[in-house]
Write a protein that binds this ligand. Structure first.
Ligand SMILES: Nc1nc2c(ncn2[C@@H]2O[C@H](COP(=O)(O)OP(=O)(O)OP(=O)(O)O)[C@@H](O)[C@H]2O)c(=O)[nH]1
Ligand SMILES: [Zn+2]
Length: 205
């Protein structure tokens, strides 16, 4: 086991009924920071089977408070729906609020965006890189759930590269371009132009 894998520990699992169906929730902890993360699993799979997964970065405003400033809440809902429709899958819910800068810094960044900066410029203005996320925990989560090959729901090529560098085979990528609104179109365009997200350009016109 590498040093980075030792940082993460599986804690416990339980059933989690949702609006879409009965999932199981699995808790993990990052031992050096006490940061807690969860995975939701649905259905069963054979060894080596390609399983649909979503790596979702925490966004309190979008996931829990119905914000339309970003697409996170819509994507979260769509991912759970896709998993249930497919009959199996996993959502890795990573506590990487604000692409790793935390909730209050994200609000500071929103304030700067209200005054004309874009999402990347706002992070830089606050002294942060545009994206501070680390996906190392995904390896432990997927190993615990018995998954080595995935169909990844994302528009972000960095997530695909991160999984591959962890030894997880990304057999397919499924775009998740759900929830484009007048409030977030500019934000999504910036993600495409500056952060490399893959969106159908017609959807962002
Ligand atoms: N720093 C910062 N973080 C933001 C902002 N808007 C959303 N986020 C965070 O961005 C994260 C989601 O990342 P996104 O760039 O929207 O999408 P992604 O996860 O890279 O890619 P997808 O898998 O395609 O959704 C969440 O943690 C949000 O809290 C913002 O303006 N500034
Ligand atoms: Zn969001």
């Amino acid at each position: 086991m590498s040093q980075s894998e030792e940082k993460f520990e599986y804690v416990s699992s339980a059933t989690l009924p949702t609006r879409w169906g009965q999932f199981r929730i699995h808790g993990f902890v990052e031992t050096d920071t006490d940061q807690e993360h969860v995975a939701l699993s649905y259905g069963n799979w054979e060894e080596g089977e390609v399983v649909p997964i979503r790596i979702h970065s925490e966004c309190l405003t979008g996931d829990a408070l119905f914000s339309t400033r970003c697409d996170c809440g819509f994507q979260l809902e769509k991912a759970l729906q896709n998993i249930v429709e497919h009959g199996k899958g996993i959502l890795l819910y990573l506590r990487q609020e604000g692409r790793g800068i935390g909730l209050l810094n994200k609000i500071r960044a929103y304030n700067l965006q209200d005054n004309g900066l874009d999402t990347v410029e706002a992070n830089e203005h606050l002294g942060f890189d545009a994206d501070l996320r680390d996906y190392g925990i995904c390896k432990i989560m997927l190993a615990e759930l018995g998954v080595k090959r995935v169909n990844l729901m994302t528009n972000n090529p960095k997530k695909r590269a991160a999984l591959e560098s962890l030894g997880v085979e990304v057999v397919n990528r499924t775009p998740i371009d759900h929830g484009i609104t007048d409030d977030n179109r500019h934000y999504l365009r910036t993600k495409t132009e500056k952060l490399g997200h893959e969106f159908d350009p017609h959807l962002l016109k």
